[in-house]
Ligand binder design. Structure first.
Ligand SMILES: *Cc1c(COP(=O)(O)O)cnc(C)c1O
Length: 495
């Protein structure tokens, strides 16, 4: 029986061969009409210099071969449309189809960026309204939609801090970054021309006010803080933190990529933040990962408004909208045109479809889901920090590590249970971190299935750690050499 299955023709299995292996000489996917002009040899038509010998050996396959091959491969992809995607810090929430329908309308989808202002009023209004909503949600005073990702929003914000402080004659050297920060934070600090001064978190995983007091000298341009931080913990002392920084002439940057825990509930502008970014591709449900371009709007308080990237979309005297390029203190452009426009369209569709109470409920459900997971797993997996979770929870593999099984092994075994893994080994301040962010778009049944999977794996670790160490068992290939794949990727097939 087993043999018969082995010898069966590969169909909807994980044994799909390469397209080259399906090649059969003379097959073709296209049929052209008979030639009605004299044939010209390729060398003559192109010239020898454009003919490369090494590109010979293309697969010869029929149209149906190609369609089926790639369709089968596509079923190997795990996606947000397939199931829970609990990748902590990434806010992999479902992307509502309404957003997509709106983004594909004629106008938003088809207008050229060079369209004159008078003919692009609809698109300008979308940009203006998106910025207005983000101002309302963050409690800040102005927003630029230009940055194309969270990390670029960070750089934009830091460059504005720098420009402002230098205008005030305050030439400072470093930015304070807590050890719980996202990895992009110190990278952005360096690119903005500052040094990073690391700040050790306290036992709750939050900013230690005494340490901050030491670090916030006349040389510090300010603090770059993620709130809730990468442990999923809210900085309860945030107002005092901002006061300390401001009292020494510094500014507070808030990494707002975790706003899925705050929208409709708390506004960073009200607790002292001077500049922040948002991730539309996380909090506001526009696709990301392999699914689409990002958008990391930068929001600022009034004092930084003159430094925002130009142009700014603003209301015109005639009641319409205009692009203001006349901004002498702007840090300049950070992105071509006005940012990833389609992301603004999707985010605005999301904001308007939910409305204020819907946005608040999404936040509350995201926090509820994370706390549910945390509660139901905390008897089997160790919780390194006791503070209540916001939108995500972080376990440590400490108990499983005593059996030789680590966070990466548990994540691989989750694949066998049909789930995308959580975030492995991040944040760095937790040894063996397992970072889980279910988001509000996971229903209870799905959350329970995920929790059951992790509970079952904890049991397997007790009974048969070797089995878990060899996971995944259900994929075409099991353990890859991840370091070699990252450092020496082989991207081209050779015979
Ligand atoms: C995702 C994330 C970022 C970076 O955003 P990108 O769009 O990937 O550049 C920065 N900070 C935090 C806390 C994040 O979760």
């Amino acid at each position: 029986m087993e043999n018969r299955i082995k010898n069966a023709r590969p169909h909807m299995t994980r044994n799909e061969g390469l397209i080259f292996e399906r090649s059969s000489p003379g097959k073709s996917g296209a049929e052209l009409p008979p030639l009605d002009v004299p044939a010209v040899p390729l060398e003559e038509a192109l010239g020898d210099e454009f003919l490369r010998a090494e590109v010979e050996g293309f697969p010869e396959v029929s149209e149906v071969d190609v369609i089926r091959h790639f369709t089968r491969l596509s079923t190997w992809n795990y996606s947000i449309d397939a199931g829970l995607y609990p990748l902590g810090s990434c806010t992999m929430k479902y992307n509502p189809r309404l957003n997509e329908a709106v983004a594909r309308l004629e106008g938003p989808a088809t207008d050229h960026p060079y369209t004159p202002e008078s003919l692009a009023q609809g698109c300008l209004k979308i940009l203006g309204e998106t910025a207005r909503c983000l101002v309302e949600i963050t409690g800040m005073d102005a927003v630029s939609l230009q940055p194309a990702a969270g990390a670029q929003g960070e750089l934009t914000g830091l460059l504005m801090i720098r420009a402002y402080l230098e205008d005030q004659g305050r030439n400072r050297k470093y930015i304070i970054v807590p050890d719980s920060a996202h990895g992009t934070n110190p990278a952005s600090v360096t690119i903005a021309g500052y040094e990073t001064r690391n700040l050790k978190s306290n036992a709750r995983g939050c900013v230690d006010l005494e340490q901050l007091d030491h670090a916030m000298t006349e040389e510090a341009a300010g603090l770059m803080l993620t709130n809730p931080n990468t442990l999923g913990v809210f900085e309860t002392e945030i107002e005092k933190v901002c006061q300390v920084v401001h009292a020494r002439g510094g500014l507070v940057y808030m990494d707002g990529a975790n706003m899925n825990a705050l929208v409709g509930v708390a506004r960073p502008g009200e607790f002292g933040v001077d500049v922040m970014h948002l991730n539309l591709h996380k909090t506001f449900s526009t696709p990301h990962g392999g699914g689409g371009p990002g958008s990391g709007p930068a929001a600022v308080k009034r004092i930084l408004e003159p430094y925002l990237p130009a142009p700014i979309v603003e209301p015109a005297a005639d009641g319409g909208w205009r692009l203001n390029h006349d901004r002498p203190r702007s840090i300049g452009r950070v992105r071509a045109w006005y940012g990833n426009f389609g992301m603004a369209v999707r985010a605005l569709a999301y904001i308007l479809a939910y409305g204020p109470s819907g946005l608040r409920q999404a936040t509350e459900d995201a926090v509820l889901n994370a706390n549910y997971v945390r509660r139901r797993l905390s008897d089997l997996y160790e919780l390194p920090y006791e503070a209540p979770s916001m939108h995500e929870c972080v376990f440590s593999d400490r108990r499983q590590a005593t059996r030789g099984v680590h966070t990466g092994d548990i994540a691989k075994r989750l694949i066998d249970y049909g789930f995308h893994p959580y975030t492995v080994s991040f944040p760095l301040i937790v040894a063996g971190a397992m970072m889980i962010e279910p988001t509000e778009t996971a229903g209870k049944a799905e959350l329970d299935a995920f929790i059951d999977a992790l509970r079952s794996i904890a049991q397997e670790v007790e009974e048969d750690p070797e089995f878990v160490l060899k996971a995944p068992h259900t994929t075409r290939v099991s353990r890859l050499d991840e370091a070699a794949a990252a450092r020496k990727p082989v991207l081209r097939w050779k015979p």
